[in-house]
Design a protein around this ligand. Structure first.
Ligand SMILES: [Fe+2]
Ligand SMILES: [Fe+2]
Length: 228
């Protein structure tokens, strides 16, 4: 599909209306704090024209690195849900994972349009394995482990997108790119909230340790994807 004609309806998740707003507190040069909010318009049609691969090379280096990590993250997310679906025979888990997988495939398609092959991390083969295991391992332990894992992953991704969004001003020249990030973030937040609503608050030590590993592993993956 020619990128110039590509559009995405966002939020893509049926649960995205649960929460489509994220905020962060920032301190300005005068030491005053203000709350910046990124708001996704449910059902809005996003025009991604002008974000095509060749223009990726003209973006500032920090933004190229962030987008490279976004592409890697969405690739990893697809693999997580494939890992869950490869293992779990629980109907409720499979329905949950199939729904999320469709959204992540749309996110990945968007990132593949924005980040050309030459701009992507070289570590995708590693993310393929690590992402799959991040979904498959908890699936071996049952539905509660899956929901806790997804809550941990999507909590990380929400913060990851938010720190990018606040660096891009809505009226700036990267405003349309910012909107893509906002809409992806809204879907991740709905994934997180859905997982949190299904997950039991009573978690054993192993589950809590696993979720901590997932969070720190995601952070390490972002650092690596920006550099390699
Ligand atoms: Fe995603
Ligand atoms: Fe997600």
């Amino acid at each position: 599909m020619a990128f110039g004609f590509m559009t995405s309806t966002a939020p893509t998740s049926p649960h995205a209306s649960v929460r489509s707003e994220a905020s962060v507190t920032q301190t300005d040069s005068h030491g005053e704090t203000s709350e910046l909010k990124a708001v996704a318009a449910p059902g809005a049609v996003i025009d991604t024209a002008g974000l095509a691969g060749p223009l990726f090379n003209s973006l500032p280096r920090w933004l190229q690195q962030e987008l490279r990590s976004d592409h890697a993250g969405e690739f990893g997310a697809v693999m997580i849900y494939r890992g869950i679906l490869a293992i779990s025979r629980d109907a409720s888990v499979r329905e949950f994972a199939e729904s999320h997988l469709r959204t992540e495939q749309e996110h990945l398609a968007l990132m593949e349009e924005i980040v050309p092959a030459a701009g992507r991390t070289l570590l995708l083969p590693l993310w393929r394995v690590m992402g799959w295991l991040t979904g498959a391992l908890p699936a071996l332990f049952g539905r509660q482990a899956v929901f806790a894992t997804i809550e941990a992953v999507e909590t990380f991704v929400d913060h990851h997108y938010q720190q990018q969004i606040v660096r891009l001003t809505p009226e700036g020249k990267h405003g349309s790119l910012r909107q893509v990030l906002i809409d992806c973030q809204a879907d991740e937040v709905s994934h997180r909230d859905e997982a949190a609503s299904l997950a039991s608050p009573n978690r054993n030590v192993l589950t809590r340790l696993w979720c901590a590993v997932v969070g720190s592993g995601s952070a390490a993956a972002v650092v690596a994807a920006k550099r390699i």
